[in-house]
Design a binder for this molecule. Structure first.
Ligand code: NAP
Length: 251
């Protein structure tokens, strides 16, 4: 690579986003770590910098069009035009349909779907200019349907549609778009689910592992590794795909 390429990872303060930001830095990218609160990306940025990598923390609500544009402008000014985008920021607002509020529905749609749309729209011009780009969207095994997640499963299935359409529209500019659908990954998100149903996280994790063919739950690095594959220079013929990273064939 002649010049250092710039990657944006949303939701990079913790969990899968933090692991992905660190992995992309190891792969040689300058990384913009975007999260709601810039200060909460400090750990991600300092981990990257202490390994001689380049990183920038940017505060931004991905569901807000003005904030997204300002964040992308800042990344372009301070690191260079971004040509890799990992749409990872996410929230859960689980509830059975009859108890799900409109706010629970809208929040989940706004962060996952509107956020990925706004970020992709703002970043694509740098990718088109470079005639090269990589977009990876974080879907979920919940896209196949999951009790208590009418909002989340809809958003995650929607992201698969967005991925395929971006792949079709942007392919001629050397840009690929792919989605990763993780199964159970040990992060604050799954910790929150355990809390909501009143289960100890260790027991919750063990119960999940018992039904996963590889007999363990996933770690954020499992997803970061898959992101790294999609983003690789040599993965340019892989586009519009959804890869389930769930330790087995079934959700
Ligand atoms: P996590 O630990 O909860 O981290 C999510 C991050 O996204 C947090 O840092 C959060 O910031 C940030 N975020 C939330 N709303 C945002 C917004 N509007 N703008 C910018 N940043 C925002 O989640 P995770 O488990 O790492 O999950 C990462 C992605 O993988 C999500 O899209 C999730 O749906 C997907 N996924 C996870 C699993 C799993 O088992 N963990 C499985 C399938 C898919 P705050 O800390 O400030 O809230």
């Amino acid at each position: 690579m002649a010049d250092t390429r710039v990657a944006i990872v949303t939701g990079a303060a913790r969990g899968i986003g933090a692991a992905t930001a660190k992995r992309l830095a190891e792969d040689g990218f300058a990384v913009a770590a975007i999260d709601l609160d810039e200060k909460r990306c400090a750990e991600t940025v300092s981990a990257i910098e202490s390994s001689e990598g380049k990183a920038l923390a940017v505060g931004c609500d991905v569901s807000d069009a003005e904030q997204v544009q300002a964040a992308v402008n800042r990344v372009a000014a301070e690191l260079g035009g971004p040509t890799v985008l990992i749409n990872n920021a996410g929230v859960i607002r689980d509830n059975m349909l009859y108890k799900m509020s409109e706010d629970d529905w809208d929040t989940v749609m706004n962060v996952h779907l509107r956020g990925s749309f706004l970020m992709s729209r703002a970043v694509q011009r740098y990718m088109v200019e470079a005639m090269w780009g990589r977009i990876v969207n974080l879907s979920s095994t919940s896209a196949l349907g999951n009790r208590g997640q009418a909002n989340y499963s809809t958003a995650k299935a929607g992201l698969q549609g967005l991925t395929k359409t971006l792949a079709i529209e942007l392919g001629k500019f050397g840009i690929t778009a792919n989605a990763i659908a993780p199964g159970f990954i040990a992060t604050d998100m799954t910790r929150a689910t355990a809390e909501r149903i009143g289960m100890d996280f260790g027991d919750f994790t063990k119960a999940a592992a018992d039904s996963i063919p590889v007999a363990r739950v996933g770690q954020p690095e499992d997803i970061a590794n898959t992101v790294s594959f999609f983003v690789d220079e040599r993965s340019g013929f892989v586009s519009g795909q959804v890869i389930y990273v769930a330790g087995g064939p079934k959700a």
